[in-house]
Ligand binder design. Structure first.
Ligand SMILES: Cc1cc2nc3c(=O)[nH]c(=O)nc-3n(C[C@H](O)[C@H](O)[C@H](O)COP(=O)(O)OP(=O)(O)OC[C@H]3O[C@@H](n4cnc5c(N)ncnc54)[C@H](O)[C@@H]3O)c2cc1C
Length: 435
């Protein structure tokens, strides 16, 4: 049997392993971390609080993946109706704001609606980037006050530097009637591409991997540092060198390219043009559980350091000690647009201060736990350079016969189910070759 190696034990790597094992083939997996799961792992701290590595919920519509996840936790999962809201200059509109402007200042609503009507009357705008798309969808005032501002915090660049090929169902295009109803009444319907989600009852999101991890063929603490595509050799930082006949990698592309021996300079340059966000996660435990009605809150104001908050104790009561609440804040940086410097812990105090400023933490609340961690790769930024750079990087990997998968191998906006299926697809290519 040939040596089939999978780099990474996140959703992408596990999807590849699952597909191969389904055909009776045992690949060998390597991961640099001391734990498996990549972004889908979870940590329970001594204090009793459990935090995922960024807020993770499963909203896959794919019934096969739903069943795989459910089976992994022996059907012990929560099904929760999602509740999302937004924070904007002291107001808390429901999500999405375009359908829930009720309660915002009158002048803002009048300006937003009149600009939207102007846009509807104007000749159709040509759409060359995300800024054009926003203006065509919402008019000037709404675009500038809400999504363009959020874009600078979440994508770390301006909307006119982003493409539109990541949008999918993510941003709801409201009609004039829907906008008016949402401005006049507080009971406008909730419209979001996620209505319900599932979350493991015990052990955090990581529990979904329970039966998907081939522990017997997984090697942790193996960080790839060099790849020789001619000799088909992988070298790890602990001195291990292994041969591969077939390789599936979920290692982030800029890092993978940097490790390949003999890679052409134009491919290295292209890989450096690939942008992603880096996220500091600040995890907070509080001596009160009624912190919020929403599972997640989006923050638009640029003087609030976090972009999004989530409340892990609301996903499963077992994520926090009884009677306590938990908050996970995301503070964003980017390899290309806002490089992270310093230590993740530097953000704990600013996050707590902003939680107090926006009223989520009250004077009498005690912060009973705090920790911070860095996610070097968080979201792919679909800037205008991405498409051409990615084509060159993927073309090179295709030429040297390295298969790639997952969010950071495909370099796309993949959710967990999509990353898993991306791994399965990469493995299928190996199976196809074997026939
Ligand atoms: C903040 C945030 C929130 C998210 N929320 C959701 C959500 O609610 N629902 C959802 O479905 N999806 C969500 N996602 C997306 C989800 O995390 C990804 O789709 C999925 O986890 C990606 O899996 P992956 O295997 O592609 O990447 P990873 O999980 O990053 O796995 C890659 C693996 O490769 C390993 N690796 C890297 N370099 C090396 C090396 N040199 N040598 C050896 N191993 C290496 C890493 O240690 C890692 O284990 C979210 C993502 C983020 C960042």
């Amino acid at each position: 049997m040939s040596d089939i190696v999978i780099l990474g034990s996140g959703m992408g790597g596990l999807g590849a392993a699952y597909r191969l094992r389904g055909e009776g083939i045992t690949p060998v997996l390597y991961d640099k971390n001391a734990y498996y799961g990549g972004h889908t792992t979870s940590f329970r701290y001594d204090s009793g609080f459990l935090f995922d590595v960024g807020p993770h919920i499963s909203f896959t519509k794919d019934t096969r993946i739903q069943e795989l996840f459910a089976d992994s936790v022996d059907q012990h999962y929560e099904t929760i109706q999602i509740n999302l809201n937004n924070y904007w200059r002291g107001h808390w509109p429901q999500h999405p704001v375009q359908l829930h402007m009720h309660g915002l200042p009158e002048d803002v609503i009048v300006k937003v609606i009149s600009d939207f009507v102007e846009e509807l009357k104007a000749p159709e705008r040509s759409v060359n980037n995300y800024a054009d798309w926003l203006l065509a969808s919402f008019g000037q005032s709404f675009s500038e006050l809400f999504p363009m501002q959020y874009t600078r915090k979440y994508h770390l660049t301006t909307a006119d530097n982003l493409s539109t090929d990541w949008l999918g169902p993510r941003i709801y295009q409201a009609s004039l009637e829907e906008m008016l109803r949402g401005a006049l009444s507080s009971s406008a319907p909730h419209v979001h591409y996620i209505t319900h989600f599932r979350y493991p009852t015990d052990g955090g999101f990581k529990s979904y991997l329970n039966k998907l991890v081939p522990l017997e063929s997984l090697h942790l603490n193996h960080e790839l540092i060099s790849l020789d595509p001619l000799g088909r050799l992988l070298s790890f930082s602990n001195g291990t060198v292994v041969h591969y006949d077939e390789l599936v990698s979920s290692v982030p592309l800029p890092e993978l390219i940097g490790m390949i021996q003999g890679v052409p300079q134009d491919v290295i340059d292209a890989s450096r043009r690939l942008a992603c966000s880096t996220c500091v996660l600040v995890n907070i435990g509080v001596n009160r559980e009624d912190l919020s009605d929403a599972h997640m809150s989006y923050f638009y104001d640029e003087d609030i350091c976090f972009t999004r908050l989530s409340f892990p104790h609301m996903l499963s009561s077992r994520n926090a000690p009884a009677g306590m609440g938990s908050i996970q804040a995301e503070v964003y940086f980017s390899n290309k647009y806002r490089p992270f410097t310093g230590k993740p812990e530097d953000w704990i105090e600013p996050v707590i201060a902003d939680l107090r400023r926006c009223g989520l933490l009250r004077e009498d609340d005690s912060v009973v736990f705090s920790a911070a961690m860095l996610l070097q790769h968080a979201n792919i930024i679909f800037d205008l350079e991405r498409s051409a750079a990615l084509k060159m990087v993927h073309g090179y990997l295709d030429d040297i016969g390295i298969l790639y998968c997952g969010r950071y191998g495909d370099w796309g906006y993949l959710w967990t189910d999509e990353s898993f299926m991306s791994g399965e697809n990469a493995a299928q290519k190996i199976l196809d070759k074997m026939q």
